[in-house]
Structure formats: C-alpha cells, structure tokens
Ligand binder design. Sequence first.
Ligand code: PSU
Ligand code: MN
Length: 322
Amino acid sequence: MDTHDTDDTDDIVTIEPAVAAALASGSPVVALESTIISHGLPSDSSARIGREIEAAVTESGAVPATVALLDGRVRIGLDEASLERIATDQAVAKASIRDLGVVLARGALGATTVASTAYLAQRVGITVFATGGLGGVHRGARESWDESADLLALASTPVTVVCAGVKSILDVPATLERLETLSIAVVGYRTHAFPGFYVRDSAARLPWRLDSPRQVAAVIACRSRLGQQQALIVANPIPERSEMDRELHDHTLAAALDALDQAGVEGRDVTPFLLAYFHEHTAGRSLTANVALVLNNARLAGHIAVAAAARPASARRSTATR
Ligand code: PSU
Ligand code: MN
C-alpha cells in the first residue's frame, strides 16, 4: 500500500508550499516536532527558538517542516503565526499518535511528539527528522509501565531521527534495551558513547559509530533497499562547550525525581514536568544546553537530508550490493 501522500490539497493534511515543492522535486526536507516548542521550552522564548531551529535546517541546505495540528488539520510546515500559536497558547495539547484523531476532530491546537511527528512525516514522504531527546523507558517503569509511545512508533516508522540521546530523567539502559528489542537502529555520531542529552556521555556504549552525513546517507540507502521499516536513530552529542556541569546536572536530576514523586504527576505530564523543573532550577543553564543541542541536531539532520538527496540511484545500488 502506498501511504505517501504529497498532495497539498489532501483533506486533512496541509503541506506548506515550500515543503510541498521540495518534496515534489526530491529536494532535502527535515521534519521537526512541535511538543518541544509547546511543552519542552519556556513559553516566553519558545517561538523564537522554534524559528531558530528552522533556520538551522535552512542554513544546512534543507527545507524545515515543523509539524503540528491546527484548526482540524495536520500541518506539515508552519507559518510564523501558526508557530507563535503553538508556542504561546496555553491550551495546546501534547498529541502523540493516539491523540491525533481526537485533537483533529475537535479542531483543537495540538503539538506533535517524536512518535506522531515521525508518523505524520513519513506519511507525506519526509524521511529525516530532528528533535532534542527521544522519549523512552521511565525510571520505575517496572511498576508504572511508563514507556514512551515514541519507542513503538519508531519500531514501525522508517525515518532517520537525529537526537541527543535520551534525557537522564529516563532509565537510559532500559531504553537502549527496548530499542534493541524493537530493532530500532542506533548509531553514535562521531562517538561510541550514547549521549545523555544535557551531557555528552550517558555512560552507555553504542556498537556503531558514523562520522559524516555521507556515511549516514549510505546506511539509510542500504536500509531502504532492504525495505526496513524501523527507524534509524543518529545519536548526536551536545557540543562540548554547551554541556551542562556534571555536578549541577546530577544534583538537579535527583531533586527533580523527588519533586515528581511529591507532586504525584503521572502519564504524559511526566516529561514536561521534569523538563520544566530543570529549566527552573539551573538558572537557565539547562535551557541553554537544550537549545544548543536542538540546533546542533537540526543542522546535522539538514546535512544528512542533503547527503541522502544527493545520492545518485546508481550509487545507492552499488552500496547495497557490495
Ligand atoms: N524529551 C525532551 N524534550 C521533549 C520531549 C522529550 O528532552 O520535549 C517530548 C518529545 O516530544 C517526546 C515526548 O516525543 O516528550 C515524549 O513524551 P512521553 O515520555 O510522554 O512519551
Ligand atoms: Mn509516558
């Protein structure tokens, strides 16, 4: 079944003209999630940061497509006013895959997570996606069963996701085990250390390391020729100069997990709660780090999309059969 739909007049999906044009001509496009803008960053700066993330993609030669739900439609690529609404409206819903139908039917504002962004992006033929951190297995998941829908979504969505690993608010080793079980490929970008979001090294090791956008594009091409349906995660560590101080990080993490317990927060509110706690209790240092790593991921995703689009069909074939 062909699930790609690049028709910008589609009933429920509106593709911004620049994105539609790029898709039609095979030019590089990078999808961006919007939950990071609505729920992951303070609302006084998130619209500006959202535009900076888009600019980082543009600077690397690709077309950015921020995904969100507005007025009953899926929007692939947002104009200024729409991005502003997602960033500042207090009523915007965090919409994972299962929430899409309800949010659309109500005509409500919805911000897409990694899971729903990946799902919607591949539906319109976008294969590269940038975010900050993936959702994963939460600490205490043995009792709470709290595992992000991001993991299962990526198990059946053939996109390449550039992220800075997963946050230390999660159970990192358990998340890596689940990624392995689900056959989701994970490669380190210029590192064998799985990045820990605010810090470059989570202490977990990765079996594979790739060192250039071209190498990533070659892997994408082989996977595509095999028809593999799982995601490829490119784990890109935060730039060294932007890393959070390890002591501040560890101390804030312990306090945030305590506060979570005290507040009795559950379900989809857990991740936004922990992110906000970090931002409020580190004098802005976690925010600086968060912005730096997202921009870094957007740039790399742009370069990967450019390298993937530049591969001639013959090169794809020879790599796959070598
Ligand atoms: N991790 C971050 N920042 C974020 C998120 C995760 O560092 O903004 C968001 C992403 O949209 C991700 C979602 O897909 O949270 C995961 O939420 P949950 O754990 O409820 O599945
Ligand atoms: Mn959850």
